[in-house]
Design a protein around this ligand. Structure first.
Ligand code: SF4
Ligand code: MG
Length: 283
């Protein structure tokens, strides 16, 4: 593997024990391997939102863009459409992606635009000190729900599967090797890919022991089988005490949004190129 330097001199301000460190390390390893296999790093653009997760782009020496809360997906989509040749990877928290930004995720999945979304799903708002999010379990006690939330959590992978996502996976911030493999597969996938990472928030929702006891590797599984994927995704609803599968649940190759978009708009693009050529020669 090439000895590329992906880190920066930015001071890391995540809490000691935070699962974001494992996500950062797994991502660095995945990118280093992809780079050694031929992916130019200058062709990678990262987008992050608002929250503890967002600082990840400060710790990576790659092209990056901070978007606003809930808007990682549309920013990533815009970058991809402007330059379809680059790899666009969005990082978002569970509040960011599954709360404020959920409608964007649904439409990105439906379009099958070729971007990768990595969700730091710690099931709590960490940066704002412990409010419940769409994936917090029933009864979660936090700043905004001192007597326990009365809502059931959403199963984001089930929602994404129903929305048309063509690559869906889950990892944890406790298994870097598996997470690295999942990140690589998601980035290489042609189409909309989403990785839900069960990231432990050491300060406001420490689930290390719980996940350790419940997770297992999806070894015998056909990711091309929609019904099998749905069954495995439904095995754990983010609330029950059942086993939690990790790995790639679903993978399907169909034309991407930008392929459809560009072929449909080829005439308009050819016209724009001609206009630009005319303008350049006229100046
Ligand atoms: Fe990590 Fe939670 Fe601390 Fe944020 S508040 S840095 S998610 S441990
Ligand atoms: Mg969160």
């Amino acid at each position: 593997m090439s000895q590329i330097r992906l880190g920066t001199n930015a001071v890391n301000t995540w809490c000691p024990g935070c699962g974001n460190f494992a996500i950062l390390n797994a991502f660095k390893s995945a990118l280093a391997e992809l780079n050694a296999e031929g992916l130019p790093l200058e062709n990678v653009v990262l987008v992050s939102g608002i929250g503890c997760h967002a600082k990840i782009v400060d710790y990576l020496s790659l092209n990056s863009f901070y978007s606003i809360h809930g808007r990682v997906t549309p920013a990533a989509e815009g970058i991809k459409l402007a330059n379809p040749n680059i790899k666009v990877i969005g990082f978002a928290g569970d509040g960011d992606a599954y709360g404020e930004g959920i409608e964007h995720l649904i439409f990105a999945a439906k379009r099958n635009i070729d971007i990768t979304m990595i969700i730091h799903n710690n099931r709590v708002y960490g940066l704002t000190t412990g409010q419940y999010t769409p994936t917090s379990p029933l009864g979660f006690k936090g700043r905004s729900t001192p007597f326990g939330t009365r809502e059931l959590p959403v199963n984001p992978l089930e929602l994404m599967l129903a929305s048309g996502a063509t690559f869906l996976a889950r990892g944890t911030s406790h298994g870097s090797e598996l997470l690295k493999k999942i990140f690589k597969a998601a980035i290489l996938h042609k189409g909309f890919s989403l990785v839900d990472v069960l990231q432990v928030c050491f300060t406001y929702f420490n689930m290390y022991e719980y996940y350790d006891k419940h997770v297992y590797d999806l070894a015998e599984h056909d990711p091309q089988d929609y019904n099998q994927a749905l069954n495995k995704i439904r095995e754990w609803d983010y609330n029950s005490d059942s086993r939690i599968a990790l790995g790639v649940f679903y993978k399907k190759e169909i034309p991407t949004f930008e392929e459809r978009f560009l072929s449909k708009n080829k005439k308009a693009i050819d016209r724009d190129v001609k206009i630009n050529e005319f303008l350049e020669t006229s100046i």
